[in-house]
Design a protein around this ligand. Structure first.
Ligand code: AMP
Ligand code: MG
Length: 327
């Protein structure tokens, strides 16, 4: 009897000392959120430390934004885009590594993922219904080619062998930021957490001893969920044609560009990818959106530990092989 009482007391005191903290904020032109369980067992000055951690997550996201934003003229990315000679530019280790990862995804997607999409993509201004003319697309389309982004591993330099190239990390930077924030929380001792930036999220551990439930929105009805997934230790990224777009003469001009045409990719309404880390999920969801169902699912099915749920341009849903087999 006394032993039973003792065990009950331990559980109660553990629950009383653990508390969930949550904070939503705007970053990189989108909504971000951090949510985590903080236990007094982590630290004695618990409440203050938890609030400090939230601030660190916010600062980390804005640090990545300051480094990689194409809209901030003093970002490292903008500095690379301004290079007008064939001079190699030395860049930070972090940006260099992300450029290497972007190159990896370009290789495995045969160019569907290509950060040099921006050579044409920078001419779109979705909020103002502005798009490049057919002539501009025709003359700049050939500048979209990741093979002309030359990376030198020894010197950590980059140069463009085609001076018309512009790059943009919008398809991978949010995933990278989410991974950095999860790392930060983990090194502070957090075991259960959720971090999201726009359509990219990653979760570790559990939510109150249960699986996390993450909803994927319906691409044509923001009040409806396409699926609500029970998840654990995973990253999830959704790319959709409803994020940044305008419609002109019945045509939807949106922010995911098919490198083959220089125009908005036409085969999907949304593409969701599940992977171990957020950088991978982010790059692959953008890629899948460009590739379409057949080529895209072939790629996803060939990658261990990666799953996908897509909605094609007709509104039909498809899931990767592993998900259809688990049903
Ligand atoms: P996401 O929501 O992750 O799919 O990211 C969309 C963003 O990816 C766009 O706003 C662009 O910044 C970038 N992007 C568009 N097309 C491509 C592409 N073909 N390859 C890589 N990044 C792209
Ligand atoms: Mg992406």
């Amino acid at each position: 009897m006394s032993r039973l009482l003792f065990i009950t007391f331990l559980c109660l005191s553990f629950n009383a000392s653990a508390k969930w903290y949550s904070h939503s904020f705007e970053i990189m032109g989108t909504q971000a959120k951090v949510e985590f369980e903080w236990s007094q067992l982590n630290d004695l000055s618990s409440e203050t430390k938890a609030k400090e951690l939230i601030q660190q997550v916010v600062s980390e996201m804005s640090r990545v934004d300051r480094l990689m934003s194409p809209f901030k003229t003093n970002s490292e990315l903008s500095m690379i885009n301004r290079q007008d000679s064939k001079q190699a530019i030395k860049i930070s280790k972090e940006l260099f590594k992300l450029l290497e990862k972007a190159n990896h995804f370009s290789v495995i997607t045969h160019g569907a993922f290509d950060i040099s999409f921006s050579s044409v993509g920078y001419l779109y201004e979705y909020r103002k219904n502005i798009r490049p003319t057919d002539e501009q697309i025709q003359s700049l389309k050939s500048a979209i080619n990741y093979k002309n982004i030359k990376l030198n591993k020894e010197n950590h330099t980059v140069y463009f062998s085609d001076p018309r190239i512009k790059i943009d990390l919008g398809g991978i930077a949010k995933g990278h930021a989410v991974d950095m924030c999860i790392e930060l929380l983990q090194s502070a001792g957090v075991k259960n957490a959720y971090v999201s930036a726009g359509g990219d999220s990653r979760l570790i551990g559990k939510k109150n001893d249960r699986l996390w439930y993450i909803g994927v929105r319906h691409p044509r009805d923001e009040n409806k969920l396409l699926v609500n997934l029970p998840l654990e230790e995973v990253s999830l990224s959704t790319s959709g044609d409803y994020e940044r777009f305008f419609i002109e003469d019945g045509v939807r001009y949106h922010h995911i560009i098919d490198p083959n045409t220089g125009e908005s990719a036409k085969y999907m309404q949304s593409a969701t990818v599940l992977a171990d880390d957020s950088t991978t999920a982010d790059a692959l969801s953008t890629s899948l959106f460009v590739l379409g169902v057949k080529k895209g699912m072939e790629l996803i099915n060939s990658l261990p530990g990666v799953s996908a749920i897509v909605v094609d341009r007709h509104g039909k849903m498809f899931v990767s092989k592993d998900l259809s087999e688990s049903n």
